[in-house]
Write a protein that binds this ligand. Structure first.
Ligand SMILES: NC(=O)c1ccc[n+]([C@@H]2O[C@H](COP(=O)([O-])OP(=O)(O)OC[C@H]3O[C@@H](n4cnc5c(N)ncnc54)[C@H](OP(=O)(O)O)[C@@H]3O)[C@@H](O)[C@H]2O)c1
Length: 221
């Protein structure tokens, strides 16, 4: 295993969550997907994000099952989370797609109110599309280097779900643990002009919990 990804305790559950996770959204799904998941496990990834709506859900489950099988044949290659040394226990976190406001965030869409709320309530926050979903027709990463964005989340003890199926970049995205952003650099990031990737109008309804854009974003539009 290349990297032991640091983990954050989840309240009083006695469990913890790896702070860098592996995103799996791609349409259509990469032909080498299962092989990339097995490679990710070798690199140290233990936190995988998927959803019923993604084409990755079933192949991800199959790849994790395959990894467990391989590990049980050869203990030398077994993978485990730091708390469970010796037993092969990949951690799979299932993130809710109930409200987009609870998921996507990156340096140009920092969701400050949401971050404050989760700190106050002790809620663990997983950041999706942390690189601005570069490569999609809705995203871009015009602002900063990818590793800087990942490190920025890591320093806040937020788990960051980053997607790459490119072996070199999968590794690069873990090169964030032996350096840090200074206070001055963090302040500069706080000052970046904010851009909301989605106003989430599709989630508004006269009969639902949110009737206006102001309500859904707690006034932070
Ligand atoms: N629960 C939800 O509602 C929700 C919503 C959005 C996303 N998510 C999860 O969050 C994951 C991440 O979000 P995302 O896929 O939208 O976008 P993202 O992780 O912000 O960006 C992915 C893009 O960045 C590229 N990339 C990755 N590492 C890079 C690096 N070091 N240098 C340059 N380019 C790099 C990837 O290309 P390559 O693959 O070619 O490297 C891909 O095009 C998703 O895959 C999904 O699992 C969940």
């Amino acid at each position: 295993m290349r990297t032991a990804i640091p983990e954050e305790p989840l309240g009083s559950t006695g469990k913890s969550i790896p702070l860098v996770g592996f995103g799996t959204v791609e349409y259509p799904l990469n032909e080498a997907f299962k092989e990339r998941v097995l490679h990710a496990i070798k690199l140290g990834y233990r936190h995988f994000d998927t959803a019923a709506a993604y084409p990755s859900e079933q192949p991800l489950g199959e790849a994790l099952a395959e990894a467990l099988r391989l590990a049980s044949f050869n203990p030398a290659t077994s993978f485990s989370s730091p708390q469970n040394s010796g037993s092969p226990t990949p951690i799979a976190a299932v993130s809710s797609r109930a409200y987009k406001k609870l998921s996507k965030t990156n340096p140009i869409w920092q969701q400050k109110k949401l971050r404050e709320y989760r700190k106050e309530k002790g809620i663990h926050f997983s950041a999706c599309s942390p690189l601005g979903a570069v490569g999609t027709n809705w995203g871009h990463n015009r602002v900063m280097e990818n590793e800087v964005a990942i490190r920025w989340f890591y320093q806040q003890r937020v788990s960051v779900i980053v997607k790459s199926f490119n072996k070199e970049r999968m590794e690069q995205n873990l090169d964030i643990f032996d350096w840090e952003l200074s206070g001055e650099e963090l302040q500069k990031i706080e000052q970046i002009l904010q851009y909301r990737g989605s106003r989430a109008e599709a989630y508004l309804s006269e009969n639902g919990p949110f009737r206006t854009v102001e309500e859904i974003w707690d006034g932070e539009i």
